[in-house]
Design a protein around this ligand. Structure first.
Ligand code: AMP
Ligand code: MG
Length: 412
């Protein structure tokens, strides 16, 4: 197998982020198993079928304002007040010529009325209402079906349900929805140096932090997660862990153990167990990346450096998970173009994912780097709310130039 080159030189054989993501997405089939959930339990789940409106929303014409329901044909003439209607309490008689009813927002517009005069434009004396200007037909009335016509497509299969989707489905009276089951994701860390939280560290040992990042990112995506802990750098244990993970999950993630020093024996092991590619990525951080199939499961071998783990997760694993969950996208986080608050340094060769923060500048939103950018500097990522993406060929970016920015917060 080919080995990675040193950190800064350009490697013509390295794979671009887009190329790798396209291969990954092409090999990521959507789940098919479904389940029925109460609407209140469906946040973050993916709709398994198109949903149509069984009835119009709103079902009846109703008032958009507090005022008087009347007939526009009567012009500016005085009206006789014949009753009241409130939300949930309709006025059931028709409105005749020269008549009106007091109406509140959300109340059904009575038969015969075609306009609502807002109360600020009404002069009211006892039972008589005089419009201050001639009412316009249709004014301040929300027509039936204005939101959704009966039979209209309300939401498409593949919609990842957010709070507004739940409200829309509730407005259609849907108490239950058919969604795809959760994606099962198993993950573990590799490394003899890793110790669990709560233990005392001997020289050379570190706490296993990657699993907490993974757990958080997977929880946000609504996955069913299986934390298989830390596995020592031992081929037999690794093989057993991979087998266990592939047997229980749709997707398996390991971190660490795919760098140059480890690649050969892992490659051999994975080669026996499934079809796995080892990619030298043309990106920084996150150079070594393993991807493929372990039995029925999708497999990712992410680099061990915590920043690399998270950056490669956002660039490759998250899109794969969203597609496998059945979401119809977008699978990648949107890219914003924002001006740089100050110059950024970079060597030409690899696409850089620098950690950044949004700041407000004189002319609006800008983005700034968070300082130290090495792939073991977790505090940089912890203070960041976005990634600044600098193209492979770029040798830095001057202050004020527009750069590509991917938000990290606000993502599922
Ligand atoms: P590796 O990819 O196994 O060569 O690891 C690269 C670097 O990341 C080494 O400094 C490891 O100690 C570190 N590392 C690997 N796994 C973890 C982990 N789970 N938590 C924190 N650091 C890790
Ligand atoms: Mg290691």
């Amino acid at each position: 197998m080919a080995h990675c080159c040193s950190d800064n030189e350009h490697d013509p054989l390295a794979k671009s982020v887009e190329e790798a993501r396209a291969s990954i997405l092409a090999a990521s089939p959507a789940l098919v198993d479904t389940e029925i959930l109460h609407l209140g339990d469906a946040l973050g789940r993916v709709l398994a079928e198109d949903l149509r409106a069984a009835q119009a929303v709103p079902a009846w014409p109703n008032s958009a304002m507090d005022g008087y329901a009347l007939r526009s044909a009567d012009g500016a003439g005085p009206r006789r007040l014949i009753g009241h209607c409130f939300a949930g309490h309709p006025f059931t008689d028709p409105i005749g010529p020269g008549e009106c009813v007091r109406i509140m927002t959300g109340a059904v517009v009575p038969e015969g009325a075609d306009s609502v005069l807002i109360q600020e434009l009404a002069e009211v004396n006892d039972e008589q209402v005089v419009p201050q200007q001639p009412p316009r037909a249709g004014a301040n009335i929300r027509q039936a079906g204005e939101d959704l016509q009966a039979g209209a497509l309300a939401l498409q299969a593949g919609t990842l349900l957010r709070p507004a989707h739940l409200a829309l489905l509730a407005s259609l009276g849907m108490a239950e929805v058919k969604v795809l089951r959760r994606l099962r994701v198993a993950f573990f860390s590799t490394g003899d140096e890793l110790r669990p939280l709560g233990s005392t560290l001997a020289a050379g040992q570190i706490y296993d932090s990657n699993r907490y990042a993974l757990q958080g990112m997977l929880q946000r995506l609504g996955c069913e997660i299986y934390d298989l802990g830390r596995i020592a750098d031992d081929p037999e244990r690794l093989e057993a862990a991979l087998q266990q993970a592939a047997g229980m999950a749709d997707l398996v993630i390991s971190t660490g153990g795919v760098s140059v020093g480890d690649a050969d024996y892992i490659a051999e092991l994975l080669g026996r167990m499934g079809s796995i590619h080892f990619w030298k990525m043309n990106m920084k951080p996150g150079r070594p990346l393993a991807f493929g199939q372990l039995g029925e499961a999708t497999f990712f071998g992410l680099p061990g450096n915590p920043v690399s783990t998270m950056v490669t997760f956002y660039q490759f694993v998250r899109p794969c998970i969203l597609k496998r969950m059945g979401s119809n996208g977008p699978w990648t986080a949107p890219i914003l173009k924002l001006p740089l608050a100050h110059a950024l340094q970079k060597k030409p060769g690899r696409t850089d994912f620098q950690r950044g923060v949004l700041v407000s500048g004189e002319n609006g939103l800008e983005v700034a780097g968070v300082g130290q950018q090495a792939s073991h500097i977790m505090s940089g990522l912890a203070h960041a709310d976005c990634l600044i993406i600098l193209a492979a060929e770029a040798d830095g970016a001057p202050a004020g130039s527009l750069v590509d920015v991917q938000l990290l917060e606000g993502l599922v």
